[in-house]
Design a binder for this molecule. Sequence first.
Ligand code: ADP
Length: 471
Amino acid sequence: MNTRSLGFRLVAWYAGVLTVVFMLLGLLTVLFLRHYLEANLLDIQARRASQIGATLVAHATRANETWLGAQVETLYSPEANDRFIRITHADGALVYASGTPHDARFDPADVPPPAGGAGVRKLEIPGGALLIAARTADGADGTRYLIEVGTSAAASEATLAHVLMLLAIGLPITVAITVAGGFVLVRRALAPVERMGLKAEAISQHNLSERLPVVHSGDQLERLSVSLNHMIERLEQAIHSSKQFVADASHELRTPLTVMRGELEALAQDARLHGETREALGSVLEEVDRLSEIVEGLFALSRLDAGEAHSEWVRFDLAELVGSTAAQMSLLAEDKQVSLTCMVATPAFVTGDRARLKQVVVNLLDNAIKYTPPGGQVSLSVRREGATAVFEVSDSGCGIPAEALPHVFERFFRVDGSRSRERGGAGLGLSIVKSICTAHGAAVEVSSVAGAGSTFRVRHPLATDVDGEVP
Ligand code: ADP
């Protein structure tokens, strides 16, 4: 469980606050209930004392106090009812005192006389608490009596203990249910954020026209989704204008470069030129050639970025295309004394732009020959793996260092600028390969060991027949 997540922290706070509130509420309930139960019991005792005063003590005289005791005994049976009843004179002399109650919760002998006459009190005695109300009443002969009636607080304590137990069981259960509910609520509340995150993850420069789902909640979440969408829109515009700029610039540069090349070639034919001038002209021509190649590369990339129409797509045999391209380029390999082997026995029909896919073969093969020293080997193969045509170019050349491998398909990336430059590369060949593959739903990957050679592998989906089956 992620304890730093918003969901966890929200629920933890929620559970913490809830527990404190519930505990306070429980405490208040117990305190209130204790007060209420005791006040109620004391009230009952006080009314009983007043009743004894009015019905019995009012008829008593010093002469018939034994009658008084007997009447209390008969009418109230204090021992049988677990009650405490005591009648004394105002000076404290005992007239009547009940005996030990049935439940033997207290001993009446332990009960001291009240300090302030009439009133109510709670007395802690061995065996528990006693709630006692005292009332004064005058006898028939004017003698003042103090009547005390009490009962054990055990029953109210038992009720309180019961309530406390219920709270102790109920509180954790209630908190657990609310925490579980809180988790569900938080998860539901954060679900749109999760969806936005997943969508944002899926948006790249290739699908910048897509937008995050807008949460119509009218709160910060809605504002966030709308603001992020505005940001993506601005990014889309910025990327679009920079792509447009590259497309326009490369397009505009193509014609003047072609004219320059033509004129320079015509100039180089002039027999009147001195040796040095001819050499300088030759090197300028080479640079113009390189420049044209870069501009052509950029133009091709900008067209691929813009997403070419599929009108040029046909069904053709990739194995045949690789074979014929290898045959056309074998002279290049021969010139460099590199042995070129091609294993393309099985036909592998694919659907795509034949010219573009030929460019993939040319670029990969050209690199393999370019970066393999004389005496080395380059091999090409096309095979079928399930519903995929796998085209592979391996060489025994200089290889690519591990740290450069993740970058070789980036634009203008060259492992070693000087090495690549002197062989005429500008670092666009592999990015064109990657763009063409992406446009065809194919994947290109590279594995290489520096100094031992490289293998480039293109996995292109095989064409399906009318039934959608791979023939
Ligand atoms: P370039 O036109 O400069 O060759 P690429 O995009 O075709 O540009 O290749 C990028 C870099 O990858 C090159 O600079 C080169 O160093 C390296 N590279 C490509 N293919 C190979 C290969 N077969 N063997 C070794 N290095 C290679």
